[in-house]
Design a protein around this ligand. Structure first.
Ligand code: FES
Length: 164
């Protein structure tokens, strides 16, 4: 049994009797994964350990937006594409992020650099419309973002510095 297999079995055992166990198990599996995502192999291991169909595990993993099915970058940049942010220029900001990181969004609306340093996501609304356009970097909300401010923040990240 691999170390990861053992770790997943232990996560399943510790949550097995809880209500909503599958959700808690998937959260723990993702949290303890190398790149904050649920791999196909891990979903299979969870299904086997819980003795439920893989389709059940897969449907929960795909229903909740906070589960990732692909490796996530060390830094996650989320650009709001809601109406308020759109009218205040979020599309050019998104294109700027993608260009600066040399990325293209996949069909699921996300992208990750090959070195797994950066992931780009979009969101329908952060609920901060008065502060549009809004971008989150590593879950920290930045409001009224301009192209200049975004360039500076991305440069700091690329240099391995913190964005405040
Ligand atoms: S539309 Fe962007 S925060 Fe609401």
């Amino acid at each position: 049994m691999s170390d990861r297999h053992t770790a997943i079995q232990s996560i399943v055992d510790s949550h097995r009797t809880e209500r909503g166990a599958l959700l808690s198990i998937l959260e723990a599996v993702q949290r303890t994964s190398d790149h904050n995502y649920l791999s196909k192999e891990e979903l299979v291991l969870v299904a086997k350990a819980l003795q439920v169909p893989l389709s059940t595990v897969y449907s929960v993993a795909t229903f909740y937006a906070f589960f990732n099915l692909k490796p996530q970058g060390e830094h996650v940049i989320t650009v709001c594409r809601g109406t308020a942010c759109h009218t205040r220029g979020s599309k050019p900001l998104l294109l700027q992020v993608l260009k600066q990181l040399d990325l293209q969004l996949d069909e699921d609306g996300t992208a990750t650099t090959d070195d797994v340093r950066f992931s780009v996501h979009t969101v329908a609304c952060f609920g901060q419309c008065a502060m549009a356009p809004v971008i989150a970097i590593d879950s920290v909300i930045h409001s009224r973002v301009t192209e200049q401010k975004l360039t500076q923040m991305l440069q700091l990240l690329l240099e391995g510095k913190e964005v405040s």
